[in-house]
Design a protein around this ligand. Structure first.
Ligand SMILES: C[S@@+](CC[C@H](N)C(=O)[O-])C[C@H]1O[C@@H](n2cnc3c(N)ncnc32)[C@H](O)[C@@H]1O
Length: 238
């Protein structure tokens, strides 16, 4: 969510239409931290985010005493991150293999900015990408990543499911754990877009996902609001 007029002005010329909307994803990072990172401190840690959008996660890292860096290709979006005090590397995520860092990171976060269907032409390339993610963090570091499978929607359902399966197998092969996102309400609660079944969050070096008592409570209210707005849209449809 962007509030500063200069950030809003910069975002208006972002390449991705969704990023142009100042209030596109007001939720996510705090809930993710609570349920995926219990007892994981960000204090003094150096964290890399892939495709940060409005920098909600980077800002949260900063507010908890960590240092956030991001990889972002789109110039106005990169500029927003610099304004927020983050180090932004202008680099194409489709060429992550050529991104280098002197010191491995303590953590790596990617929400909806990589895509198994158009980033990687085949299994070998996807596996190399996953190995690169591992190489970018310290052996005792962590990774939290979920794909954005939107551009795959024109694929037939079978091909689509087979890509998600392949992604799943490869992440597990390289030591990740998987959390099946469930449905669009559960995904939405964490600010994850869920256009299809079978989407998973992959984590490395983190405890298994656990719905905290607070999240359960908030999820109930969030679900009720979502249902009410879906119903209202249906009723108001001409
Ligand atoms: C769908 S948005 C996700 C934003 C944010 N992670 C979130 O969850 O709200 C994708 C982000 O990745 C950036 N991006 C898209 N393609 C990219 C690429 N090839 N290389 C680097 N950044 C890219 C976009 O500019 C945007 O910031």
């Amino acid at each position: 969510m962007l509030t500063h007029p200069e950030d809003i002005r910069l975002a208006a010329s972002a390449q991705e239409p969704g990023i142009r909307l100042p209030n596109r994803s007001p939720r996510g990072p705090a809930e993710i931290l609570r349920d995926f990172f219990p007892h994981v401190s960000l204090q003094g840690k150096r964290i890399l985010e892939l495709g940060p959008g409005h920098y909600e996660f980077c800002d949260l890292v900063q507010s908890q005493g960590g240092r956030a860096e991001a990889i972002e290709l789109d110039p106005p979006v990169a500029e927003i991150g610099r304004r927020h005090g983050h180090v932004v590397h202008r680099h194409d995520l489709r060429a992550l293999g050529t991104f280098d860092t002197n010191e491995p990171y303590d953590g790596l976060f990617g929400k909806g900015s990589n895509n198994p269907f158009w980033f990687y032409p085949d299994e070998t390339a996807l596996e190399a990408y996953i190995l690169k993610l591992r190489a970018l963090v310290r052996p005792d570091g962590w990774i939290w990543i979920v794909s954005c499978p939107y551009t795959a929607l024109d694929l037939d359902a079978r091909t689509f499911a087979s890509w998600l399966d392949l992604e799943h197998r490869l992440y597990l092969r390289h030591g990740f754990a998987a959390w099946p996102v469930g449905d669009s309400v559960q995904g939405g609660f964490y600010g994850i877009s869920v256009p299809c079944d079978g989407l998973r969050v992959f984590t490395f070096g983190l405890p298994a996902h656990r719905w905290s008592a607070r999240s359960r409570l908030h999820l109930a209210a969030f679900t009720a609001r979502r249902r009410a707005s879906t119903l209202a849209r249906r009723l108001l449809r001409p």
